[in-house]
Design a protein around this ligand. Structure first.
Ligand SMILES: [Zn+2]
Length: 587
């Protein structure tokens, strides 16, 4: 925005305002922030962008940036409020301010945060909001609507279990991807645009706004925090003992009740609720790999849209207030967390809920009762709002690590795996290319076994229950292959994505499926004599073969299987079959 353009638009608005006043009507000026959530309506994508553009034109402390592209063929925007008027993450960071990053409309059917952020931005910039002075210490960055394609797919029937707004967007993006599963695989252009942005802005606090599904209860708003066990100890302590209590106490003073996210341990909340383990596919799980404290706000689907917007707005204000009051503590624990992360010898790749441990929380719910369905004639449960209860329930928030991986000095990714390399680059991973072909002694994984889902999940036939065998051997590397030191800001990102057993590893998301295929094979009639020689010259193989025949009667009757058994243990069997193509180097 240059000054000249700004002056012109200002004069134009004065003129339009004059004409409207003269005409005696009060039409909103195009783009002005006029929200309709009280009438159960949310803004369209175009309206949201126009309103942010209007704020940009109106206020020198605000700027609307185009920061990349989306699958819908429209740009992705970021709206920044910075009293220092720098608008560049590097300069903001140097000024010592905290960065609060708010992501909206990842699920456009859940648009409370879209309207709440517009209200927040508009009221802060106009000075109407008493929290405006916290902007002296905090810069706010808002993604107006992340899933642009989903927001353009507007209708009234995308959310069967939700009370409005009248029209809303769809969960899938223009490619039908759920973008809140896309932060490692990066299938969408939306996420490919946002991830480098998150790396350069490196927020202190990140908030993703949603509406929940599930049980019925009195709370208007619920909160998922990036799981403290996934944070470094100093940040985990700060999250549990300072930040979370601050937000819950703040919301106690608002008109809206807030609860931890309600994910029932059994069918309904009265027997306890479980903390959400946010793996890196989710926004909060992804940003917390880089020591950003993150929240997923889930308003309750049956409450009015107005209450959902306003409760989200209250929570965003409380988050801003925290950031303004605790800016130096936030920076301090983040510094400590980076020291701790860099010292890590291992990371947990997969967790399991520890059902033997729980905290106790006070919870308000509705009695669950049974009634006969008029549609099916079968018994169905329902929440009886005329029978509220309040009692202490268990809060299962502790997880046990079940799979861990040590941190190697280096990972080596052959340049052949370009799609993986591109994703590492989008994450700002520092890496060097080998200048010449060389043979190196490396730690190698062979994939021993894995399971695969029957139906594609977000475009992928995901693998799980991966078992590996590890060995050290010489590997031929080529000039251009990538050597990646682990001791860098992406340390945890590298371990979580490059270790094949990682819950959201590149292996699990099918980036290395090519190695699960044999290129070469044998013809039984030709291999017969070779097999005979192999058994003659290798007593261990002969013993293993005999035992297998004795133990496995089907095998003993199947000539092809027997030859294959010998082929797979022979030098002719390709060594790259099932060999995981990312290597670990420890010197
Ligand atoms: Zn959602």
């Amino acid at each position: 925005m240059n000054l000249l353009k700004h002056d012109y638009s200002y004069l134009f608005r004065l003129l339009v305002t004059g004409v409207i006043l003269l005409a005696g009507i009060t039409l909103p000026i195009s783009g002005q922030v006029t929200l309709r959530y009280a009438s159960n309506e949310t803004v369209t994508w175009q309206e949201a962008i126009d309103m942010y553009q209007w704020l940009d034109d109106q206020y020198e402390d605000a700027r609307l940036l185009e920061i990349g592209w989306t699958d819908a063929g429209r740009p992705l925007h970021l709206f920044v409020i910075d009293r220092g008027r720098q608008f560049s993450p590097q300069e903001i960071r140097e000024s010592g301010k905290s960065i609060l990053f708010i992501n909206n409309g990842i699920h456009p059917g859940e648009p409370c945060g879209v309207d709440a952020s517009l209200k927040l931005a508009s009221d802060l910039l106009s000075g109407k909001d008493s929290c405006a002075h916290y902007l002296d210490h905090t810069v706010i960055a808002i993604v107006p609507i992340f899933n642009v394609g989903g927001a353009l797919n507007r209708g009234s029937f995308h959310r069967a279990n939700q009370n409005g707004p009248l029209e809303h967007g769809f969960r899938g993006n223009a490619r039908n991807l759920d973008l809140n599963r896309d932060f490692i695989k990066l299938d969408s252009r939306n996420t490919q645009s946002l991830v480098p942005l998150l790396r350069s802005w490196d927020p202190d606090i990140f908030v993703d706004t949603h509406t929940s599904n599930g049980s019925d209860y009195p709370y208007t708003i619920t909160l998922i925090n990036s799981h403290s066990q996934r944070h470094e100890p100093s940040q985990a302590r700060f999250l549990d003992s300072t930040l979370l209590p601050f937000l819950f106490e703040g919301m106690d003073r608002s008109p809206y009740l807030m609860s931890p996210y309600v994910w029932s341990y059994k069918r309904t909340p009265d027997q306890g609720i479980i903390a959400f383990m946010d793996y890196p596919r989710y926004t909060s799980g992804y940003v917390s790999l880089y020591n950003t404290l993150a929240f997923t706000v889930e308003t309750h689907m049956f409450k009015s849209f107005e209450d959902r917007v306003l409760s989200t707005w209250h929570l965003l204000r409380e988050t801003l207030r925290f950031s303004g009051l605790y800016g130096s503590a936030l920076a301090e624990v983040k510094r400590a967390a980076w020291q701790e992360k860099m010292m890590r010898q291992e990371f947990t790749l997969q967790w399991k809920l520890d059902t033997s441990r729980s905290d106790t929380i006070n919870f308000s719910g509705y009695e669950v009762k049974q009634r006969k369905s008029k549609v099916t004639g079968q018994q169905n449960y329902y929440f009886d709002r005329s029978a509220p209860w309040e009692k202490e329930i268990p809060y299962y928030k502790y997880f046990k690590p079940i799979i861990t991986a040590s941190v190697p000095e280096y990972y080596i990714v052959p340049s052949a795996w370009g799609e993986v390399v591109e994703r590492l680059q989008l994450n700002g991973v520092k890496m060097d290319q080998l200048s010449s072909d060389s043979i190196m002694e490396l730690d190698i994984y062979y994939i021993e076994s894995y399971k695969t889902v029957d139906r594609p999940y977000n475009g992928h036939y995901r693998h799980y229950d991966v078992e590996t065998r590890e060995l050290r051997d010489k590997v031929q590397l080529l000039a251009g292959d990538w050597i990646i030191p682990s001791k860098q800001r992406a340390i945890e990102y590298l371990v979580q994505t490059l270790e094949p057993k990682g819950y959201d590893s590149f292996f699990s998301w099918n980036f290395f499926d090519e190695v699960l295929f044999r290129n070469e094979y044998f013809s039984p009639y030709i291999f017969e004599e070779t097999a005979e020689d192999l058994l003659k010259n290798d007593p261990d193989l002969k013993k293993e073969f005999k035992e297998k025949k004795k133990e496995d009667s089907k095998f003993a009757e199947n000539g092809y299987q027997q030859l294959r058994f010998i082929y797979e243990r022979s030098p002719w069997s390709e060594s790259t079959y099932m060999r995981y193509p990312v290597y670990r180097l420890n010197r």
